[in-house]
Design a protein around this ligand. Structure first.
Ligand code: HEM
Length: 244
């Protein structure tokens, strides 16, 4: 997406995620504008393919047939909605943690090569996606629990990431934890397609924040508003004083 459209994208994403709860008319308008934009883009790339993601998607085949317009729309909408709020929350959660844990922050400033490991740990400890749903396609028994074909199942990444059979001291954030086999990006064939981009965005954002605002402090706890979306973990509002 051209950088000049950044504000527009932020408006759409905030409108869809925040508006869904407090301003349905805004959410509706933003969804419609976004879908319209994405439909136009896919139609254009079908006729004028370039070396980009949309051209690949618009001209992809599944089981030997082209994707339908609805499938393309579904996937483009998922890509953009999955790619925004998650990363925003990943960055916000990390800044919130670092504001409170001065030793860890000082250590990351002194030893910046630890940042990639710290980011994995922030994603494990404060997983931006806590839960997603699945439709069971067949009967199965998992840990003594019967799941039947057609059941809706809540898959809790946040809980798996605190599993004490996998992680020592799971409720402690250990910024140089290694290995760190978290599943904040899911697992299996549908694992997050944007994981590399998300890690890069988080690294650049945190590097710059720590370099430019090494003393940032989030505002008094009473002004923090956790996201009301129960399936996500992050802050709806995270006021901070950037300098001293
Ligand atoms: C910190 C940031 C992010 C987190 C925590 C995250 C997490 C996840 C999770 C848990 C899933 C579901 C995996 C599963 O079903 O097993 C997923 C899927 C997906 N994510 Fe992300 N994601 C992030 C960033 C992004 C970005 C930046 C993009 C794209 C620009 C993106 C695009 C997608 C898409 C398209 C899917 C669906 C993949 C599929 O069903 O085949 N995500 N993500």
């Amino acid at each position: 997406m051209p950088e000049s459209e950044a504000e527009q994208w932020i408006e759409w994403m905030e409108g869809i995620f925040h508006g869904r709860l407090n301003d349905p008319a805004r959410a509706d308008r933003c969804s419609r504008e976004l879908i319209h934009y994405l439909d136009d883009l896919a139609a254009d790339r079908r006729l004028n393919p370039r070396d980009d993601y949309f051209s690949l998607l618009a001209n992809a085949t599944f089981d030997g047939r082209p994707l339908t317009d609805l499938e393309i729309r579904g996937y483009t909408v998922v890509t953009f909605t999955a790619g925004h709020e998650t990363t925003v929350n990943g960055i916000g959660n990390s800044l919130w943690y670092l504001s409170d844990h001065r030793d860890d922050r000082a250590r990351l400033i002194a030893e910046p090569h630890l940042l990639p490991r710290a980011i994995e740990e922030f994603l494990r400890f404060m997983s931006p996606i806590q839960v997603l749903g699945r439709n069971a396609t067949r009967d199965i028994e998992l840990h003594g629990q019967a799941i039947h074909a057609g059941d809706l199942v809540a898959v809790s990444y946040g809980s798996a990431n605190r599993d004490d059979r996998v992680f020592q001291n799971p409720d402690r954030c250990i910024i140089d934890r290694h290995p760190n086999r978290h599943i904040a990006f899911g697992t299996g064939p549908h694992a997050c397609i944007g994981a590399h981009l998300a890690r890069l965005e988080m690294r650049v954002a945190l590097e710059e924040m720590l370099r430019r605002f090494p003393d940032h402090r989030v505002a008094e706890p009473g002004r923090l508003v956790p996201t009301p979306h129960g399936d996500l973990r992050g802050f709806w509002s995270l006021p901070a004083r950037l300098r001293g």
